[in-house]
Structures are given as C-alpha cells and as structure tokens.
Design a binder for this molecule. Sequence first.
Ligand code: 9MR
Length: 378
Amino acid sequence: MKNKRILVIIFVCAALCVYAAKPLLLEEPTLKSVLSSKFLIGVALNSAQITGCDTNAVKIIKRHFNSVVAENCMKCQAIHPEENRYDFRLADKFVKFGEDNNMFIIGHCLIWHSQLALWFCVDKNGENVSPEILKTRMKNHIYTIVGRYKGRVKGWDVVNEAIMEDGSYRRSRFYEILGEDFIPLAFQYAHEADPDAELYYNDYNMHATGKRNAVVKLVNEMKTKGLRIDAVGMQGHLGMDYPILKDFEQSILAYASTGVNVMITEWDMSALPAVNHTANISDTLAYKKVLNPYPDFLPDSVSKRWNSKMADYMNLFIKYSNVISRITAWGVSDGDSWKNGFPVRGRKDYALLFNRKYQPKEFVKKLLKEPLKLDRDK
Ligand code: 9MR
C-alpha cells in the first residue's frame, strides 16, 4: 500500500515537472523575442528560401526574424527585364512568405544604377533617352511594382546607392539624364503609388563624412519639399577593421538628427582581410592563400574577434534603439552570403549570424542568453 502511494507521488511529481518544463521549452528566446522591444529584426531572402527549398534556413527565418527583404527578386533586371514585360513570379512568392509568417515586408529596390535592366535608360541605339521618357519609365516601373503590392509591402528602398563617399552624386544614367531630380521624383512616384508605404533612401559606406553630409542634406531638402521619407538605410557591410565604430555612430546620430528613422540594412561582416589588388605577390599559391585564407574553417582567434566586433555593433544598435527602427541581416547562414564571391570569386567568408551548419554564432548565442548585455570577449 505504502509503495503504491510512493509510486503515485513520484508519478504526480514527474507529471508536474514535465508540465512545468513545457512552457520553458516553448519560450526559448529567439532574436525577435529578445529584440522586438528595440527594433524589427529582419533578414534578406534568396530564391531557395522564398521557394522553401532551403528548409533549414526557412526554420531559422520563421523562428528568429519578424521582417524580410527581397535580396534580389525585386531588382529591375529580375522583375522588369523588358519595357513591356514584368516577371512577378518570385516577388509574389516572397510577399506571400512574409504575409504567411506575419512579417514586416520590405521591397528592395526601386531605382538603382546596378542590376538595372538594359533597356531602362536608353533608346534602340543605346543612347540615353530624354528626361521626359525616363520620367515616364520610372513612373510606370514604380507605379506597377509598388501598386501591385500596395498595402502588403510596408516599406521600400526607393533609391539605392546614388551618392558617393565624397558626397558627390554617382554619375549614373539616372543622374546623367535627370540630374539630382531623379531622387525626389522616385520618392514622389512611390508615395503616389502607395501613400501608406514607408519610403527609404539606402546606401553603403554611410559612415563616410562626405556621404553623411550629402545624405543629411538630401533628406532635409526632401522634407522641405514636403516629400515623404521615413528612414535612411545604412547598409551594414562591415569588415573587422572597417569602418571605425565611432564614424558609424556619428552617422547614426547625423541621420537621426533629420527626424527620420535609421535602419541598419544589409548587415554582415566579412571575416577576411580586405583585398589589396595592388599587392605584388609573385607566387600563385601564396597569392591564393592571401585572398582565401580560411578555405576550410575559421580559426578560433579570428572567430573570437569577429564575434566581439559583431557584439560591439549590436551594442551600438541597442544603444540607439530610440532612433533605429530595424536591423536586417543580409542573408541567413554563411553559405548564403554574397561576400563568398566578393571581391574575388571563390573565396570563403563567414559573414552572417548563422554558420554553414545553421548554428547561431557565439555573439548571437550570448544575445539570446543575456539580451541587451553583450560584453566584449577579446
Ligand atoms: O546580395 C546580393 C547578391 O546576391 C547580388 O548578386 C548582388 C547584385 O544584384 O546584389 C547583392 O546585394 C546588394 C544589394 O542589393 C545592394 N547593396 C549591396 C549588396 C551587396 O552587393
């Protein structure tokens, strides 16, 4: 009898333990659970993820992120390859993916000199079209794409990479034909196409003083003209020794001073040394080693430094979460990163938040364990 009672007590205790442990398991921290009070945490999706082929990545995306951006499928070359032909197949799937998973969906990007369909700025003879024709083409392009996803895509990178580090305008065909006006015009068309959508200017090397001043001027001028601009996107393509954190911080403050939000878009950090194209190395093997120093794995010492630098940046973003409204990683796991082939084909990089086995990097693990208290681990 006594034994039976003990057995019952053990059974009840075990059941209670299982019951108590269950919610704990369910509530394991995720990036979005620890950061959602600070900012949106987003990720760029490639075609294997959008179509669901990369099931490991899809699990991570659904679990950790609450915002998505199209890495490539909304670029002009992909979505509008010919003047009278759009290809929405992948972009439609991308938007559906975001909606099905309750995510804040970002469209990237409407006007960009790169990945621009060949027809866009030229006539049959390859000569620049007139300002009027280019305006009409831009308007059709923006109205059609933004209009199609009206109310579903919540924010657009309207203009991408139009200003150089020294603050001058990039000599793109848009600039050649329309001068500085192409930027406000693009914002005007995007706003007309979806008055509720957020609109962003997005660029890289946004820590550079010349570019910083020019972008601040641009935003202020657009606001004076009464145009909608919601945020400046600072692409976060970082290296381990570049840029200087202080410069990046200065820029966050400068962009925020205009009254718009700041977004850290396209976040990644190359673990490889910067490529010095002028290096004079006569031995081919030595040259390959310099360009692709970690073809098998990232040594611990380098990995530690990488994690420490990424933690520094995450701490900076958290410090300014009153003005930073979104952080977006430019890919899920290291294998996805554009950095693997850049600037030299075939080199292996380790730039993202999850490794090639889809495991979180050390700084991410720490962040999940002790959110908002990332310490430097040198
Ligand atoms: O990551 C993107 C890569 O897959 C593409 O081949 C490349 C060209 O379209 O663009 C990469 O993304 C770029 C982004 O659209 C704009 N900022 C720079 C990014 C890295 O080149």
